[in-house]
Write a protein that binds this ligand. Structure first.
Ligand code: ATP
Ligand code: MG
Length: 390
């Protein structure tokens, strides 16, 4: 397939999307603060953040649907900042996919080619139908398709124009959870197959992590952290990232020693070790810090068994406040002098029947799984509220 090779060449950098000092103000309100961002050619890139953080605005500036207040946008070596949308090699798929209801699926997909006056569209439409696995639905009308199938038509309709970059704004937002999970894998497969750069906007951290090679976590019009999903999860640099991607236990602590490869801190009367290379620079300067550990990294021992915990592990005492059986795991809430409502996820392998609410316990974990953050930030930033969930 010649088209495919035309869109790959992943390491050339020739087709990167480069935002330089790009910002957007509406009156005195800064929706997007000046940001620099490079989306590598051929990558699946996610813009992740809560409602109102500036994701759509950023995407619309790339598409040319919104004029940036400052900054420039390059596609490869071409400055496209002043080009109108239709002159940019970019297509957008929105949450409401708005297929043409009176046209069948083939005609919907062919629309972009027909508009450009291309007559023989059959081969390309068939290729697209095959790509999104809807060959048997070519003659159906949109209302005869499921939400996920309609969304695939919308993707095919955009891809048939061979954009250099496909922008997707919450394309799966209207689908129920199960279909959304299926479509995430499906979109990822399509992206790998065509090799076109995808910039995918979502507020769903699981969606961003399963699909994207790189995730930019946005908060209040700024990119807080950029990285591969596992790197963001394991090494969050801010409380917002620590809380917004999964769940983190953040413990208020005071630095005792910074000399060695580990930083030694005190929290709730006990000592904890934090690898120096997993601390932000503020932590290594001493004083108050936040110590983080993910719930699944912690083991729970009944206080009677405290003596059998291996030396060298970080440990915190507490009392179980609540436990919920989830099936694969049991999730405990533990109150401790080191912090209230610490979360602990234990896989259900051998369940200790003594681990019930009220039990005195010791939380222990490998110090290598601990990270240190600057205490001068909101400890609850990025915590999902009941209102946001869904
Ligand atoms: N045309 C506009 N005029 C004034 N303010 C706007 C305009 N468009 C967006 N905003 C504001 O800019 C901010 C960012 O909006 P944007 O649509 O980029 O957010 P988002 O991250 O896409 O959110 P969501 O997840 O809810 O779609 C919001 O506070 C929004 O109210
Ligand atoms: Mg939006």
């Amino acid at each position: 397939m010649t088209d495919k090779t035309a869109h790959t060449g992943k390491n050339t950098g020739g087709g990167d999307v480069r935002l330089t000092g790009i910002s957007k103000a509406y009156g005195s309100f800064n929706a997007v603060h000046p940001l620099d961002l490079t989306v590598p050619q051929g990558s699946f890139f996610a813009l992740l953040g809560a409602s109102g953080c500036g994701k759509t605005t950023t995407l619309r500036m790339i598409a040319g649907l919104e004029d940036p207040t400052t900054g420039t946008i390059h596609l490869g070596d071409t400055d496209v900042t002043d080009l109108p949308p239709y002159k940019r090699p970019v297509n957008t798929v929105f949450q409401s996919y708005a297929l043409f209801p009176h046209m069948d699926i083939s005609e919907n997909i062919a629309f972009g080619l027909r508009r450009r006056g291309i007559k023989s569209v059959k081969k390309q439409v068939d290729d697209m139908l095959e790509l999104v696995q809807l060959g048997d639905k070519a003659r159906h009308k949109p209302h005869q398709l499921s939400g996920g199938q309609q969304q695939r038509v919308a993707v095919a309709r955009a891809l048939i124009n061979h954009p250099q970059v496909l922008l997707l704004d919450e394309p799966l937002g209207a689908l129920d959870l199960k279909l959304r999970r299926q479509m995430q894998l499906e979109l990822k497969r399509i992206q790998t197959e065509v090799g076109i750069t995808f910039v995918h906007v979502t507020h769903d951290q699981e969606e961003a992590m399963t699909m994207a090679d790189q995730v930019a976590v946005m908060n209040g019009g700024r990119v807080e952290q950029l990285g591969a999903p596992a790197d963001l999860y394991e090494n969050p640099q801010t409380t917002f990232v620590a809380n917004f991607l999964g769940t983190s236990n953040l413990i208020e602590a005071e630095v005792l020693e910074t000399g060695g490869s580990d930083v030694l801190v005190t929290a709730g009367g006990g000592k904890l070790r934090v690898p120096g290379d997993r601390c932000t620079s503020a932590v290594r300067q001493g004083g108050k810090v936040l110590v983080g550990v993910r719930p699944e990294k912690i083991s729970l021992a009944h206080a009677d068994d405290a003596g059998s915990i291996a030396d060298g592990r970080n440990r915190v005492t507490g009392r179980i406040a609540d436990s919920s059986f989830i099936g694969v795991s049991t999730q405990y809430v533990v109150n401790s002098p080191a912090g209230a409502e610490l979360q602990v996820y234990e896989q259900n392998i051998e369940r200790d029947t003594r681990l019930v609410p009220g039990a005195e316990v010791v939380l222990h974990w490998n110090p290598a799984h601990t990270f240190g953050l600057d205490a001068a930030q909101d400890i609850d930033a990025g915590v999902e509220t009941v209102e946001d969930a869904g």
